[in-house]
Design a protein around this ligand. Structure first.
Ligand SMILES: C[S@@+](CC[C@H](N)C(=O)[O-])C[C@H]1O[C@@H](n2cnc3c(N)ncnc32)[C@H](O)[C@@H]1O
Length: 211
């Protein structure tokens, strides 16, 4: 599955960020929620002014503009896809990039961080793996640190244009995508033994701040 994931993201890397512009969403309610929910995510990430930040499944670094607003943030991105990583390296100057599987990274590196961002990654994983990622990430937090999780919500608006689970396919790979309800997400967070300081669940995207 990880090879398929890597091949999928290697092949879509150059057009990946188009998904954030909502141009291909043919449901007006969902589209306006997307824009509102993306603003919420930007506001939360924009609060990070200093410290160390680990971006797990960092992709192209789309969110880097919102958390890299200060030279006092030490950023490390981890991703399996070389092509996504190449774009991350270019867009986040001064950041470290580690090409690695996030499960292996969380188990084998001892570093701790003030912030850990996991954006649009958990929706590729079944419940048990999502819990495992959160549990391991919590062990990599400095005292007082926070984990930001953000991803796609399952909502009546989403239901108008999508199925709850499906495979995204490119010419050379495929990834599973699982939309989650608030109840499902809260259970994942609870079962990972993590507290939510903030829990925003929009029709398009959710954004939780965990500790
Ligand atoms: C939907 S993209 C999100 C990228 C970025 N976080 C964002 O929000 O724009 C998912 C990313 O997670 C990476 N990814 C998924 N599973 C991974 C794993 N087990 N190890 C490393 N990277 C992974 C993929 O390669 C891809 O770049």
């Amino acid at each position: 599955m990880k090879d398929e994931m890597m091949e999928y993201y290697d092949s879509v890397s150059s057009s990946f960020e188009e998904a954030y512009f909502a141009d291909t969403i043919y449901c007006e309610e969902l589209k306006s929620s997307m824009l509102k929910d993306l603003k919420m995510i930007e506001n939360v990430l924009g609060r990070v002014k200093e410290g160390s930040l680990l971006d797990l499944g960092c992709g192209t670094g789309y969110w880097a503009n919102f958390y890299c607003n200060s030279a006092d943030i030490d950023v490390t991105g981890v991703d399996l896809s070389e092509n996504m990583g190449e774009l991350f390296r270019r867009s986040v100057s001064g950041a470290n990039f580690i090409r690695e599987d996030i499960f292996r990274f969380l188990e084998s590196f001892d570093y701790k961080y003030d912030y850990i961002l996991i954006s649009f990654v958990l929706s590729h994983y079944d419940i048990e793996d999502a819990i495992s990622i959160l549990r391991s990430a919590k062990k990599r937090l400095n005292p007082g640190g926070h984990i930001f999780i953000t991803d796609s919500s399952w909502s009546p608006e989403r239901e108008q244009v999508s199925r709850k689970q499906f495979y995204k396919r490119s010419l050379s790979g495929s990834v599973k995508k699982l939309y989650r309800t608030k109840v499902e997400l809260d259970k994942i967070v609870h079962d990972a033994d993590i507290e939510a300081d903030e829990a925003y669940f929009g029709a398009a995207f959710f954004n939780y701040v965990l500790r």
